[in-house]
Design a protein around this ligand. Structure first.
Ligand code: AMP
Length: 394
């Protein structure tokens, strides 16, 4: 079955066409700056190695972006399929819908439920709703499947999901800890299972522009550092992470508007907010090396959040077999991995300094032979996770 996986950003669209169940990527594509006349379009045929990158393109909608990609896929010379009707399913890395937390066909009811939580995940649900509605028109009759980022976390016990809020808020509005990054953590569970015959007790650290930790026991999620919204948990690139809810009424009383507060929490917080330098850890690291105290503080605060959740999950899991780093920061920052692992060395973690410093795009173990806990770096592959779940969907 040909499964198209579609990853929607606020101004970007990424595609991968899979041949399932073999996990084979046939072709990939990317549109950057959707909605502009200087959009960048990229297409690559994995089999032949043919790639094309076109700049200054007028791609004014998601629909135009997908049409361009479909033209490439069916091109007689550089395409990989004869006709778009070969695409049987499209899988989306959707984020949140009220009352639909697993894997669902994107019916009008599910789209309405995404609309209901637009205010909780504005940066994600808005673009997805727009893109899904347009893709429905471009590919009529094709089954569209939402692999919600909450899906992998539906196994988290209720006692860890419930907030200490009036129970009616949970019943009426669905307010609870959701857990996100399910496609990434689910893929990590798949890799550990393939390599070890099971996950045992594992902690998956997805550290990228946004970050979360997931406690995995025997293949299923039992905790995740995200709460109700994606503003919670770890410090993110721009987003604040865990904070005290009473900061908000206090700031309102000081005369700040709701817009100013949400902008501060969404866009001006996180690594950028603390460091005052950048939302990109690479820039923050360079500034810290140059003696910038706030940049150092941002890195230490970022790592402190990770260490906090590793400790909590070690307790919840009752021990640890695997500690996994993934995502742009998890895969590339040996500094963050070293800081985290040295802080929790008493859990039986011994990092191999050389292996930690090496760069590779392959999944690898970076702990010493005698380390009780195996420490891994596993490149994120959320698209494959989405393709597998979309293919399996009944
Ligand atoms: P992602 O959201 O998973 O694509 O991760 C993007 C983030 O990874 C960037 O914002 C950087 O902060 C971080 N990153 C990428 N490469 C490096 C690197 N070599 N060292 C430190 N951080 C990196």
């Amino acid at each position: 079955m040909k499964v198209l996986v579609c990853n929607v950003g606020s101004t970007s669209l990424k595609f991968k066409l899979f041949d399932m169940p073999g996990d084979v990527v046939l072709a990939e594509g990317k549109v950057e700056r959707v909605g502009r006349t200087d959009a960048i379009f990229h297409y690559g045929n994995r089999g032949t190695g043919y790639t094309v990158q076109l700049e200054d393109q007028s791609i004014l909608s998601y629909a135009e972006g997908i049409r361009r990609y479909l033209d490439c896929l069916t091109d007689p010379e550089n395409g990989v399929i004869a006709h778009v009707s070969e695409i049987e399913r499209v899988g989306f890395k959707t984020v949140l819908a009220k009352g639909f937390y697993g894997i669902h066909e994107l019916t009008p009811e599910v789209l309405q439920a995404m609309e209901d939580y637009l205010i909780v995940a504005p940066a994600h649900n808005g673009p997805y709703l727009e893109a899904i509605r347009q893709i429905q028109q471009v590919l009529p009759g094709v089954k569209l499947v939402g692999v919600f980022e909450t899906a992998f976390h539906t196994t988290i016990p209720k006692a860890r999901r419930i907030y200490g809020i009036p129970y009616e808020w949970y019943e009426e509005y669905g307010i609870q800890r959701m857990g996100y990054h399910g496609a990434s953590h689910g893929y990590i569970a798949d890799v550990l299972t393939e390599r070890n015959g099971g996950t045992g007790n594992a902690i998956s650290c997805h550290l990228g522009g946004s970050g979360s930790l997931c406690a995995i026991q025997n293949g299923i999620s039992v905790d995740n550092s995200f709460g109700f919204s994606l503003q919670t948990g770890l410090i993110h690139a721009n987003r604040i992470g865990d904070t005290d809810a009473y900061i908000i009424p206090y700031l309102l009383a000081q005369g700040k508007s709701v817009d100013e507060i949400t902008k501060g929490m969404d866009k001006q917080g996180g690594l950028l907010g603390i460091s005052g330098v950048s939302n990109d850890l690479r820039d923050v690291q360079i500034a810290a090396e140059g003696g910038n105290e706030r940049a150092r503080l941002a890195i230490d605060a970022y790592c402190a959040g990770i260490i906090h959740y590793v400790g909590a999950y070690y307790a919840e899991l009752g021990g640890l077999d695997h500690l996994v780093f993934t995502g742009g920061i998890g895969e590339n920052s040996s500094l963050v991995r070293e800081k985290v692992c040295s802080a929790v060395a008493h859990f039986g973690i011994v990092l191999d300094e050389q292996k930690n410093a090496q760069r590779s795009t392959q999944a690898r173990i970076i702990s010493a032979e005698h380390s009780k806990v195996k420490v891994w770096v596993i490149p994120a592959n959320e698209e494959l996770g989405i393709a597998r779940r979309t293919y399996e969907y009944q």
